[in-house]
Design a protein around this ligand. Structure first.
Ligand code: KG4
Length: 331
């Protein structure tokens, strides 16, 4: 089964062609990072305009790389939501146009399901499992009994972990998106600032990162006012140690409670080296899946794979009345 994936929920225009939920024939990603860098974050209106400009070219390139005829596509899988509404609309309308032109079935897929199913490309998903979803807009602990059965057990009560990374990066003068830069500098420093581990021993599986973010901001501002220099590498290492300790401990605790040793890590922050290293310590007792970097951040291959499994599970298609939904629920 050849699935055409389309993703445009934020600032990446991406089109992929994937065979049988596994073999990625093409995964073209046009990133707008350079365009939004000078604003220190994604500007929604600018993002949607660039999607309009890029989308046809990205479609063409994907078919060229995959060496596939559009008539051979069996299913179109598109990110229906959540995300920036203007951005989502471009991908959804491009996918619907393709579906109408070539008379192909179409299925709307949840963006976070896409991040989770990025793991099915390089390994086999085993159930039941715990999915730790960490991205720029989400931080969630999800229990999955089987394919496409999502139960959100815990989530952030304020900032998403990627958002906290990006804000901390900005405070210490690193470019957008800050996550990879903080990760890099963290490996050059030590956990000397002893930042709080919010909700580490809390009974719930919720998270909170705004207090930690404020602690970093206050620390930097106070040092600045006193004319003291902060050690940026140590501050990044301290922030990363605090974040990863809470994320990993809670994930392991939930896996134990749910009596499973299958763990999936998903979303842009799953590219974080510190997070991977901390999960490594548990690899003898747990089956831990983390996608390779190219499938961690937004891409259409993961959407094609998720669409494939969603269709296999429910046998239900969308139709051309499908619309983008900026706050689509996963459960
Ligand atoms: O999943 P994603 O591509 O977009 C959505 O939010 O849907 O995630 C982007 C987020 C950004 O906040 C970025 O800073 C973060 O993922 N990120 C990282 C790393 N690579 C990307 N955060 C920490 N360490 C990284 N290596």
């Amino acid at each position: 089964m050849l699935v055409l994936g389309v993703e445009s929920s934020c600032d990446e225009t991406s089109v992929a062609i994937v065979r049988d939920g596994k073999e990625v024939l093409a995964n073209v990603i046009n990133s707008q990072i350079k365009i939004h860098e000078r604003f220190g974050g994604v500007v929604p209106e600018v993002a949607s305009r660039h999607h309009v400009y890029q989308v046809s070219m990205v479609f063409e390139e994907a078919f060229k790389i995959a060496n596939v005829d559009p008539n051979d596509i069996d299913l179109v899988a598109v990110t229906e939501g959540p995300g920036l509404i203007g951005s989502l609309l471009i991908g959804v309308n491009a996918a619907k146009t393709f579906s109408l032109m070539y008379n192909k079935p179409i299925i709307g897929v949840h963006h976070l399901a896409g991040h989770i199913y990025a793991n099915a490309i390089e390994s086999e998903m085993k159930f039941p499992c715990i999915a730790l979803l960490v991205s720029g807009g989400n931080t969630e602990l999800i229990y999955m009994k089987d394919h496409f059965e999502f139960e959100i057990i815990g989530q952030t009560l304020d900032d998403a972990v990627g958002e906290a990374y990006d804000k901390v990066a900005r405070v210490v003068g690193l470019p957008y998106p800050g996550g990879p830069h903080v990760d890099r500098l963290a490996h050059l420093g030590n956990d000397t600032y002893k930042l709080p581990r919010v909700y580490l021993d809390d009974k719930s599986y919720n998270f909170s990162f705004s207090g930690l973010k404020s602690a970093v901001i206050n620390l930097a501002h106070n040092a600045n006012q006193r004319g003291e220099e902060i050690n940026v590498n140590d501050l990044c290492a301290s922030f990363q140690a605090s974040v990863t300790e809470v994320l990993v401990n809670k994930t392991i605790k939930l896996a134990n409670e749910m009596k499973t040793n299958n763990i999936i890590v998903a979303g842009g922050v799953s590219a974080n080296k510190g997070l991977k290293e901390r999960f490594e310590q548990y690899k003898d007792s747990y089956n831990i899946c983390i996608p390779s970097i190219k499938y961690c951040t937004d891409n259409a291959a993961m959407m094609a794979v998720a669409g494939y499994y969603q269709y296999k599970k429910n046998n239900q298609l969308s139709d051309l009345y499908m619309n983008a939904d900026a706050s689509l629920e996963l459960e």
